[in-house]
Design a binder for this molecule. Sequence first.
Ligand code: 13P
Length: 250
Amino acid sequence: MSRRLIYAANWKMHHGPVAARAFAERFSATVEPREGRELWFFPPAVSISATADALAARPDATVGAQNVYWEQKGAFTGESSVPLVAEAGARGALVGHSERRHVFGETDADTARKVAALLDGGLVPMLCVGETLAEREGGDTERVVLRQLRAALEGRSADELGRTLIAYEPVWAIGTGRNATPADAAAVHRSIRAELARLGTAGRASVLYGGSVNARNILALLAEDELDGVLVGGASLDPDGWAELVGLGG
Ligand code: 13P
């Protein structure tokens, strides 16, 4: 039997509530749930509710936030807490996405607080890690990725680690059309898995790959056993393109 695969769509700053609902309805009309395949949708915060409503009947689809703040409530203008996104229909959230780290200056310490807030609130963190081009060329990939991993997850229980998803997204591969070779991605995934085992993960952790994944390269990537799925930006924005992509692999 083939392994369970996760296909996650990160819409970034695209699709308001009207477009998100139309996307979800069109996607649902064309794609049947499939055994062993799990779908995640990360719409902008304003569209969580519309997306979750439109996908409510699908047992295979889960909606998450792209970001959360770690406090429960209060005077934090512009931020959304875990209880707020959960009320809107989110069951998880991305943490430490490369754009949060490199455009908005999110630190390793911030990612740790966000992971903790999500786990405490019963939501699934999808922790994103990845090196810059300079770090890769300097031979620092493993050091950087494992540092990001440890900073966010050190001290969490086996149960909490078991509820956490990891996405390896090399910064230089995001939105560039350049992606890691399947073998390079698999090598980093192996290091991530070994580190997760050291941190106390029991069983097989789910480690996704992201960075310029599309219908032309997904099969070669998923041919690597180390990849438990994909986190997709640009190629997830069109419902028919996304329907095609989630039909590949598995
Ligand atoms: P692209 O698929 O557009 O490269 O984006 C990847 C990503 O950042 C998903 O979180």
